[in-house]
Design a protein around this ligand. Structure first.
Ligand code: 26Q
Length: 819
């Protein structure tokens, strides 16, 4: 079947202007002359989504018709970024729309800038989900993304006296033109109560759940357009509202206030995204969120997506539920409950089906990040699910016994139920037992997962563990974020690379071409000017001309070691202030930080404070002659990333080896022509293997060395004692150089580094400084630097999320492309 043009009906500039004005007049109810920028933005968004509508409906119709196997991606987070630019790119309407708006006297850039990004995620994991659904749509793979429509996404970060202050993210306040609510398709989700057994009409003993309270899950659909391929997949995010039935009961009892309270209670569930991304707090509301979206999604799939007469034993041939970390793992007992209690299947049949329908992706290595739920809480909120988990565990441990005998230590280690410090459910173990596959997100991470985190399970389930190295969508992070580089690439190697990123290899010969290098540098310079304009307007700070741009953007975490970066800046500062190095001999550098700290993570917030304090001292010290500059724009998000990353020269990827599961920022920088300074961690390992050692600044301990040092007993103060430059840097903090003489302002950071330093920053300090000195030397030779940067781009095609999706399809999902 031939595909109709992507933008149907075909669009002319005049046609677009008509549609746009119609939306403005009839949709927004304003005349062009009286319209605000927001009116215009909303009208434009609605006009653009109309162009996607026919393809969306057609995609859904064909999916219903063919019933091809598809993916249901279950993720508590989708960090989508702005939609308008991506929708225009997908429909290839950017130029027509810009021309049409110009005819109306409107600059398209002003309307793009009006969009508030949906920040429905914390960082890497949420952005990964957004890249994956983009790639699946572009590759024509049937996929529905399920998640939560948080009313408030990740908080907006501001700084007051250099300290982080959080503000609510009211991303819906000015209108939400990309979403389609379907209150008529709401699902009921229940909580609490008790279970009871009864005898059914066939005389069989069965269990039912008698819940105490119920909320409605209302789906909000979002379009996920493929890149100029006429396919539009769906992202379905659930919002919680009070059920009418529930309300009526209370209203009828005459307690109006209680009824309103219950409404608020129900709506709380999807109210706000939890901003912690490494140490789950075990909050009841968080478990409610998880069960809420997962139960709604499974019911939606079974009732609305599947045909009515569907034979459930064939479910694994029709769907794979991919679990994005443990957050949706409660889906496992939920599917069992539906199959056994509601559909009446035998336990063993249901378990076979369930095992075939799930796969689990792990995104961490930190033990404190592994999610557990106390049996007390789980049993109170989801009593039937707890029973099901117990039975899954019993049968699993029985299998372990059959295989290994009564090895009690092993049984205790492997039990889904932990006994200490309190009886709780280990969600990663449940996911591993139920999942057909378990994957890590980079080679090193998957290896450590097998060897260190889940070795008993790897032994018990040979072949279950696999790797899929993360990727990023080149549509957003190269084509949209870096139009200058994209044009240069297309001019050099032709079109086609955007959907076949390995073709960037064809750029390799251009690294030797002097004229190409000059143009490549000019693109970078233009991106720096663009960033300067953005930061001047946004925060009133400027990016100095002719500086190397040294960038560290990611969540703030001790294991990511922003402190190491700070120690390097201070070291440079001290070298000048002490007179060892003339300011004029410093390589001019602008350091850019972007990082949000979880609001309850004290040490992370103290480190933010320190970075800002060092920044204001360094930026105002005339002895440096403006050759070092530190900027920390608040509220780093996808929108800012799209401006910062294309301007960067140096990408900081300096986590302690063995702690960063993958990283995805590292890939975005390499693909935009920055060189990496990095440890042998996460996907850095693969980046270095691909781009070549000579085009990557490696430093620091390897993972086995980290383990050995920790086993031998790590004493951070010994590094302080024996390295004068390190001592001087730490002393500068402790003596008040960055705090107006206050010697105690940064006690917590200094004390932690000297006495604990869990992530061995001091142990890697000397190697880091040495590598940074090499960076300075390398940057002096701009021709060589550019050559290396071009090779980074040319050799990083592997990190397209299209490739990640192919790997998931081949190794885990086995879903053929539909059309
Ligand atoms: C869990 C329970 C309760 C509250 C919050 C959470 C929670 C939320 C978010 C736990 C973890 C996260 C996010 C984790 C994350 O982003 N991990 C990153 O995932 C990336 C994609 O695979 C990797 O590249 C990063 O290495 C990894 O840190």
């Amino acid at each position: 079947l031939a595909l109709a043009p992507v933008s149907s009906p075909p669009v002319s500039v005049d046609g677009f202007v008509r549609e746009f004005l119609r939306e403005l007049n009839f949709g927004q109810g304003v005349a062009l002359s009286a319209s605000t920028v927001n009116d215009q933005y909303l009208a434009l968004a609605r006009t653009v989504r109309h162009y996607l509508m026919a393809r969306w409906l057609e995609t859904m119709r064909r999916q219903k018709e063919t019933q091809a196997k598809g993916v249901a991606y279950l993720s508590a987070e989708y960090l989508l970024g702005r939609q308008l630019g991506n929708a225009l790119l997908a429909t290839d309407l950017t130029d027509i729309v810009a021309d049409g708006l110009a005819q109306c006297g409107i600059d398209i850039a002003d309307l793009r800038a009006q969009e508030v990004e949906p920040g429905l995620g914390n960082g890497g994991l949420g952005r990964l989900a957004a890249c994956f659904v983009d790639s699946l749509a572009t590759m024509s793979v049937p996929c529905i993304g399920y998640g939560i429509r948080y009313e408030f996404g990740i908080f907006r970060q501001t700084f007051v006296d250099g300290r982080q202050v959080e503000q609510p993210d009211s991303w819906l306040a000015l209108g939400a033109p990309w979403e389609f609510p379907h209150p008529d398709s709401a699902q009921e989700v229940s909580f609490g109560g008790h279970t009871e057994t009864y005898t059914d009409s066939d005389g069989a003993e069965r269990t039912r759940w008698v819940p105490a309270w119920t909320v409605q899950a209302v789906p909000y659909n979002y379009m996920v357009p493929g890149y100029q391929n006429g396919r539009v997949n769906t992202l379905r995010l659930w919002r919680s509202v009070a059920t009418e039935r529930f309300d009526l009961r209370i209203f009828n009892s005459g307690d109006y206030e209680e009824a309103v309270r219950s409404q608020t209670f129900a709506e709380n569930i999807s109210k706000v995204l939890y901003p912690e991304d490494s140490t789950p707090q075990g909050k009841e509301l968080r478990l409610q969120q998880q069960y809420f979206f997962v139960a709604a999604s499974i019911a939606d799939f079974l009732e609305d997506v599947l045909p009515e007469d569907f034979d459930l034993t064939k479910l694994p041939e029709r769907i794979i539920f991919q679990l994005n970390d443990t957050h949706p793992v409660i889906a496992v007992p939920e599917l069992m409950r539906v199959l056994v209690d509601e559909k009446g299947l035998a336990w063993d049949t249901a378990w076979e089906i369930t095992k075939g329908c799930f796969a689990y992706t792990c995104h961490t290595l930190l033990p404190e990040a592994l999610e557990v739920w106390s049996v007390e809480l789980l049993g109170r909120l989801l009593p039937r699910h707890l029973e099901i988990i117990y039975r899954i565990n019993e049968e699993f441990l029985e299998e372990v016994r059959e295989r290994f005998g009564d090895d009690e230590l092993r049984i205790r280690r492997m039990s889904i139920i932990a006994e200490h410090p309190e009886r709780s459910v280990r969600m990663a173990y449940l996911a591993t037992v139920a999942g057909s596959k378990v994957n890590g997100v980079a080679e090193l991470h998957s290896q450590l997962l097998r060897d260190k985190v889940l070795p008993d399970f790897n032994e018990f389930y040979p072949g279950k563990f696999t790797n899929v190295t993360n990727g990023i969508t080149p549509r957003r992070f190269v084509r949209l974020a870096n139009p200058g580089l994209s044009e240069l690439i297309t001019e050099s190697i032709g079109v086609g690379w955007l959907t076949d990123l390995e073709r960037l290899r064809e750029l390799e010969p251009f690294a030797a071409d002097e004229e190409f290098r000059a143009r490549f540098r000019e693109v970078k310079a233009a991106n720096k000017r663009r960033l300067h304009a953005v930061l001047t307007e946004r925060d009133g700070v400027s990016v100095s001309d002719g500086h190397m741009l040294d960038v560290m953007v990611k969540r703030l975490h001790e294991y990511k070691r922003q402190t190491l970066k700070v120690l390097h800046i201070i070291t440079q500062y001290n070298r000048v202030v002490s007179g060892e190095v003339a300011a004029a001999d410093l390589t001019p550098r602008t350091f850019i930080f972007g990082a949000k700290a979880a609001p309850g993570y004290k040490m992370a917030k103290d480190i933010i404070h320190l970075i800002n304090a060092v920044g204001s001292t360094v930026n105002n010290d005339e002895r440096l002659e403006g050759r070092l500059k530190v900027i920390f724009p608040p509220n780093y998000n996808v929108t800012l990333a799209e401006k910062v990353i294309p301007a960067a020269d140096l990408s900081e990827q300096i986590s302690l080896a063995g702690k960063e599961a993958s990283g995805t920022g590292n890939m975005k920088f390499a693909l935009n022509g920055a060189l990496t300074i990095g440890t042998d961690d996460g996907a850095n390992v693969e980046i270095r293997q691909l781009v070549g050692d000579e085009n990557f600044f490696l430093f620091g301990m390897l993972e086995p060395e980290v383990e050995a040092l920790q086993a031998a007993g790590y004493v951070p103060s010994s590094y302080y004692e024996s390295n004068p430059e390190l001592r001087r840097a730490i002393d500068a903090i402790a003596s008040g150089v960055f705090s107006g003489g206050d010697r105690h302002m940064f006690d917590s950071v200094v004390g932690n580094l000297l006495q604990e330093d869990r992530f061995l920053a001091l142990a890697d300090y000397a190697a880091y400084i040495e590598a940074q000195d090499k960076v300075d030397a390398a940057y002096a030779d701009q021709e060589e630097w550019t050559r290396a940067a071009i090779l980074n781009v040319a050799r990083s095609g592997f990190f397209s999320s299209d490739r990640s999706m192919r790997d998931y399809i081949d190794r885990i999902w086995h879903t053929p492309p539909a059309f």
